[in-house]
Design a protein around this ligand. Sequence first.
Ligand code: AKB
Length: 357
Amino acid sequence: EDYAFNLQTALFEHVLGFLKSNQSKQNLFFEIVIFVRQKTSEMHAKILIIGACGQIGTELTKKLRSQYGKDAVIASDVRKGSPEFVNSGPFEVVNALDFNQVETVIEKYQIEDVYLMAALLSATAEKNPAFAWDLNMNSLFHVLNLAKAGKIKKIFWPSSIAVFGPTTPKDNTPQYTVMEPSTVYGISKQSGERWCEYYHNIFGVDVRSIRYPGLISWSTPPGGGTTDYAVDIYYKALSDGKYECFLSENTELPMMYMDDAIRATISIMDAPKENIKIRSSYNLAGISFTPKEIAAEIKKHIPDFSISYVPDFRQKIADSWPSSIDDSYARKDWGWKHEFDLESMTKDMLEHLSENV
Ligand code: AKB
């Protein structure tokens, strides 16, 4: 919407100027065509989102298109998403594990910035460790090597609180600390951070990364993460009036509303190169809460809502992660500041889901 509004405003001013000039008014149509073509060719660098149909990818695609124009953002995934999503702008079927497919789409659209969002999350990765390692690591190597070859200018790659483990200080976990992840997902993200820093230091690759906390959004259903109870609970509160939580009531985890996460992602990519002083991955924090606390917030909107607790294998994963995160480096280096708290997130989630459930 922002992009379209800015283009319309610029066009209106251009037409007014043309009409005030002494040029033949018969040329107005051609003047408008030339102006719009020129403006759209000036649009932001071409962006490719790999894994665009996922929880973050769908929101990121929408936001980047509203900022830079629909045709500046190429969405891609290993299979087609919903017809609505696929028809909302340029879409390509790309397997993140196929180097040639990734290289071809980059050359076809003259891509400059790549957001690599394809990955298996913590719970799913425990069920399929070999594929999780393959996907999470080799998709990263493909884009790092394309950047090293000069075919990509800038990369965003998501890390996670999963890089921390049971020996990491749990409260206000610092940027630099003991990191002994005990999950396949966490091991892949810690390894990925090391490779991002290596490719930057040795080959000058401009890769930027954020350690996402648990992310909560209304636009896509839960996707195999341990923190996804905090997404599912809203769906079930509206559809069933109750929720059986797979974590115990006092399991405090770092979380963030998707609006904040998207803003942080675009903010780190738009920051001047010299401001990005950490090339492994930045800690990022929003809100920390327990299942008991989010249930209490939901009950303010749905008084009859009830929750029960039946911890499963994901409890051990959650217990290995921090309760809260210190993100002072992100705040200092590129001006990060979260906006949503548990109250405003719950209100926004229930409002949007009520429209769609
Ligand atoms: C997960 O739960 O696996 C993810 C994450 C914390 O990175 N949401």
